[in-house]
Design a protein around this ligand. Structure first.
Ligand code: UDP
Length: 487
């Protein structure tokens, strides 16, 4: 019997995520968008990271592993991802990731796919894709808004504020940009250099896959991007919306330290919009003094909370003396009805999806932002590193779905510049009250809920991201068929 006509055959696409939760989680979810349409998605990663993906394996969603060079970089076995749990070693994990090129290349060359989607941190995939004559798509986990902002820095020589400038009145405007955006913090120079290099290779790729939806980034940024860079962006997100059941949401990412049932039981006992969720992603490691300010700020606001701290910070069995370095005396006892502290990995998507959660105090990591937007949860923005200060502006100044806490120190994700300027308890209390007390917050909440609706529509049949995915799949099939006809 004859096989299916070639254009009906499923595509074979390889995904090569970088070894950090903020890169790995969304790219694997995007891979599942393709596999949910019957195409074969293969994640190429290391064994410990493969474990995290096991719950989602299916006929169309595969994993190929290559060993992580633990010995070569001097890491204990099993530490293969950057996270707050092993935060002292992000550079070693990075070095290990750079050594994966050889085994990954070998696998791809021996089993060439129809297309490869790779994190922009792996620019070598460009040469490989060219050699195999297959299209390569880049992914960096930023919204297009932030990609454009970085591009503006590179193209226009935006003024960079002095690193030691403590004058809170200093500011600059992003040049040649669709909106008038005033910034009070500028990216560290070493970050600008790295991003410029990586973006250069990214622009040589066939296109950029974006974990966002057109309505949030805005048509104006898509046009601006295409006009200034000549490159095409494909908005396919929000990626987290591939997870529809509570179980799937709870199992996404690393293993949570609290059970799904425990979490839901606690949230079910709270009134709608009464709980502030606080989490600063997988890489942030605040000093004790800063945690202390957060504790004072949330307690003074009087609102309920779920506060995620790194397991390094808050071990269950820590001494009272150690605890009092980051938590005011008697804090947990006084707040035992109002709030919980999660020490380690929390089931974030599950929590954000609960009606009791009324606001999210976040570092504006793009995944956290997408997850909050998808659930219609307004944000209190506290950017720390990478592209997060640009994300803050998209959330607060452009789309009006969050308030700024007033953070001004832009660190480097890998810790090469670590400056401490505390965000004070009063700033935190004020921002929480702005959003969660009755009043001004209502309008922001309404906007957030509207964007939540748009986010969910985007990934449904006929929505912008759903249509983009269909168009991209058709495009890739045409490329593949054209190639097979001419080879
Ligand atoms: N995350 C989580 N539980 C945690 C911490 C993080 O589920 O306790 C997830 C979060 O939902 C998001 C990702 O880890 O999907 C973090 O990515 P983001 O871009 O927000 O921040 P990064 O970790 O890259 O700074």
């Amino acid at each position: 019997m004859a096989g299916p006509r070639i254009e009906e055959q499923p595509l074979r696409i390889y995904f090569i995520p970088f070894l950090a939760s903020g890169h790995m989680i969304p790219l694997c979810d995007i891979a599942r968008f393709f596999s949910s349409r019957g195409h074969h998605a293969t994640i190429i990663t290391t064994p410990a990271n493969a474990q995290i993906l096991h719950p989602f394996l299916s006929d169309h969603f595969h994993i190929h592993t290559v060993p992580f060079p633990s010995q070569e970089v001097g890491l204990p076995d099993g530490i293969e991802i950057m996270s707050f749990a092993n935060h002292t070693n992000p550079i070693k994990v990075f070095e290990g990731a750079m050594l994966l090129r050889g085994p990954m290349e070998l696998f791809v060359e021996q089993n060439p796919p129809d297309c490869v989607v790779a994190d922009f941190i792996f620019p070598w995939v460009d040469d490989l894709a060219n050699k195999l004559h297959i299209p390569r798509f880049a992914f960096n986990g930023f919204p297009l808004f932030a990609v454009c902002a970085f591009y503006s820095f590179h193209a226009n020589n935006n003024p960079v504020l002095d690193d030691d400038d403590d004058d809170s009145n200093s500011s600059y405007v992003i040049q040649d940009f669709p909106h008038h955006i005033t910034m009070k913090a500028s990216p560290p120079k070493d970050l600008l250099v790295v991003v410029e290099e990586l973006q250069k290779t990214m622009f040589k790729s066939y296109g950029l896959i974006v974990n966002n939806f057109v309505e949030l980034d805005g048509e104006e940024y898509i046009q601006h991007y295409e006009k200034t860079t000549g490159h095409k962006a494909w908005h396919l997100g929000p990626a987290s919306l591939i997870h529809t059941t509570e179980k799937e949401k709870a199992e996404r990412g690393q293993k949570s330290v609290v059970s799904m049932h425990e979490c839901l039981r606690w949230l079910d006992s709270k009134k709608p919009n009464s709980v502030l969720y606080i989490c600063f992603g997988s890489l942030c490691d605040f000093p004790d003094k800063q945690l202390y300010e957060i504790a004072c700020g949330i307690e003074a606001s009087g609102h309920g909370f779920i506060w995620v701290v790194s397991e390094k910070t808050g071990k269950e069995d820590e001494s009272e003396e150690d605890k009092e370095k980051w938590l005011p005396k008697g804090f947990e006892e006084r707040n035992k009805m109002k709030g919980i502290i999660i020490r380690g990995w929390a089931p974030q998507v599950l929590i954000l999806g609960h009606v009791a959660v009324g606001a999210f105090l976040s570092h504006c990591g793009w995944n956290s932002t997408m997850e909050a937007v998808s659930e219609g949860v307004p944000m209190i923005t506290w950017p720390i590193h990478s592209e997060q200060f640009f994300n803050e502006k998209l959330i607060s100044a452009v789309r009006g779905i969050g308030v700024e806490v007033g953070a001004q120190v832009w660190n480097h994700a890998m810790g090469s510049r670590k400056r401490e300027k505390l965000v004070g308890r009063d700033q935190i209390e004020k921002a929480v009250r702005r959003l969660m007390d009755d009043g001004e917050g209502e309008e922001i909440r309404m906007h957030a809920q509207e964007f939540g609706k748009k986010a969910r529509q985007a990934v449904q049949q006929g929505g912008s991201s759903h249509n983009n995915l269909t168009a991209l799949i058709d495009h890739l099939k045409r490329l593949r068929d054209h190639k097979s006809l001419h080879s």
